[in-house]
Design a protein around this ligand. Structure first.
Ligand code: GDG
Length: 470
């Protein structure tokens, strides 16, 4: 038998590379690091473990070569316009995304989208198989790449493979609609460890594997006929809490926060929503609840304003275009009915902002309103808490966001219940200083302890253990 040396190398395989294409001052194309929790969590680990990140850089450029960016090794995967349409916008975002989010929107099933999904997953796999050293650890991310674990194991049985799903894993009754349900389950079973946001997602997966693939399972372990074991467990993701707090404490951010409040007309209460423009996030329901509170006189339009940031997202997918139009119409109607000159009830911003501006907005918000119909975790809720080092501010949070498992001291709501949401918004708005600070302190303890570094360590340690028990 040949001498098998195990490598310490860590290979991340994710749909997106953590960089965006930009034009350099001399007009040539270059890259800019796109900040995000995942990159900042992985950065230190990647440096010590000879890390490589494989992903799509966005766009449809071809012949991209691997490159280094600030000490990170990046390996770009090219997608054609047709791949983007069928694999990314189609199968990933118009089939899997709605199925995995409680079918909040109707999923579409197209066989050519599936073929493209298989094809693109294979290309990611082949690249990973080329790049990974003997015995390396490969960590595959999210719903776009669920077939990679199995495809990779076939090519490279020497690798230790982990998979993490950032979105919810649906109950069997919904997952069963997927025409390719068995292939997806088998794809995921190529991993040694399959990670989910919540224990419920892991349990749904194990149950489905038992029912649909027929493997033996016991608690969080699936026993495969070839003797291999797969563990399915929850690893709730988090944020770089200290970095957010540090940002919120910056003098420039403190000044910007005061500027924002004054530009809003110095209201007594600022309500804030920050989301990608997505039908899972419950934007319409929350704006409706807020506007009804003003209409029925519970809130005074002179004293309360709502700022809604909706970051442009998936704009070529039909459901997202429809939602954008619907929000435009609703905001127009509410402001037409309730606004005064220079004083709209809702400040709606369809735009994306630098992190400093986000931190200033979080600081400026008395009531943060996070009301998704279904959300794997929701990092916005955690970022708000991280920025409130003053122990002030109130969080209204949907019980259908993964974050509600940890942030128990938020004002928890059912976003389908508009009256219940109105009552919670009012309660949060009227809570006294002591109640607000007690709740915020408790949530801050949680988010400071469970940060994104702890999440990444937890997953990687658990992967190392699964590997050892073989
Ligand atoms: C998926 C899951 C899970 C938003 N607008 C701007 C901006 N953002 C940042 C937020 C936050 C992130 O984007 C959004 O994260 P969420 O967790 O809220 O939601 P998804 O995008 O749906 O993420 C989710 C997550 O994956 C991680 O596993 O929590 O459940 O759906 O960080 O701050 N950032 C900047 N400008 C913006 O305009 N700079």
């Amino acid at each position: 038998m040949e001498d098998v040396t195990q490598s310490d190398q860590l290979v991340i395989v994710a749909n997106r590379l953590p960089v965006d294409r930009v034009e350099l001052p001399d007009g040539s194309p270059g890259w800019r690091r796109s900040p995000g929790g995942l990159v900042s969590a992985m950065d230190p680990v990647m440096r010590t473990r000879n890390g490589v990140w494989i992903g799509w850089p966005g766009g449809t450029e071809t012949d991209l070569e691997p490159f280094e960016d600030d000490g990170l090794s990046l390996v770009p995967i090219s997608l054609t316009a047709q791949d983007v349409e069928e694999f990314y916008e189609g199968m990933s975002n118009a089939t899997l995304w709605p199925i995995y989010h409680d079918v909040v929107a109707k999923p579409e099933f197209h066989r050519e989208w599936w073929d493209s999904y298989v094809d693109v997953n294979r290309r990611f796999t082949e690249r990973a198989a080329e790049v990974a050293e003997q015995g390396a650890t490969v960590w595959v991310h999210d719903y776009q790449l669920q077939l990679v674990p199995q495809m990779l194991r076939e090519l490279r049985p020497d690798l230790r493979i982990g998979f993490y799903l950032h979105i919810p894993f649906p109950p069997a009754e919904l997952f069963a609609q997927l025409p390719w349900r068995r292939q997806v389950l088998e794809g995921l079973l190529g991993a040694d460890l399959v990670g989910f946001q919540l224990p419920g997602g892991a349990a749904n997966f194990v149950r489905l594997v038992r029912q649909r693939v027929g493997h033996k399972t016991h608690r969080d372990i699936v026993y495969l006929p070839d003797g291999r074991k797969v563990r399915a467990a929850a690893f709730p993701i988090s944020i770089d809490t200290r970095a957010f707090e540090e940002l919120a404490r910056r003098e420039s951010v403190v000044e910007r926060c005061a500027e924002i409040r004054s530009a809003l007309g110095s209201p007594t209460k600022v309500f804030l929503g920050v989301d990608r423009l997505d039908y899972t996030k419950g934007i319409i329901a929350r704006l409706r609840a807020f506007s009804e509170l003003i209409t029925d006189g519970s809130l005074d339009a002179d004293e309360a304003v709502f700022v809604q940031v909706a970051t442009p997202s998936r704009e070529r997918v039909a459901q997202y275009r429809l939602l954008r139009d619907e929000i435009d119409r609703l905001v127009g109607r509410i402001n037409g009915d309730l606004g005064r000159i220079g004083q709209p009830a809702i400040h709606y911003l369809h735009s994306s902002y630098p992190r400093e501006e986000m931190a200033a907005l979080y600081r400026a918000a008395d009531i943060m309103v996070v009301t998704p119909f279904r959300d794997g975790m929701n990092l916005v809720a955690k970022e708000y808490v991280a920025c409130r080092y003053d122990d002030d501010g109130a969080l209204v949070l949907s019980e259908f966001a993964g974050a509600s498992n940890e942030l128990r001291q938020a004002w928890l709501v059912n976003p389908y219940d508009i009256n219940g949401m109105k009552a919670a918004l009012l309660e949060a708005c009227r809570a006294d200083d002591k109640a607000r600070s007690r709740r915020m302190k408790a949530m801050r303890r949680t988010v400071l302890r469970n940060d994104v570094a702890a999440w990444a360590d937890g997953f990687l340690e658990s992967m190392a253990e699964v590997g050892r028990s073989e």
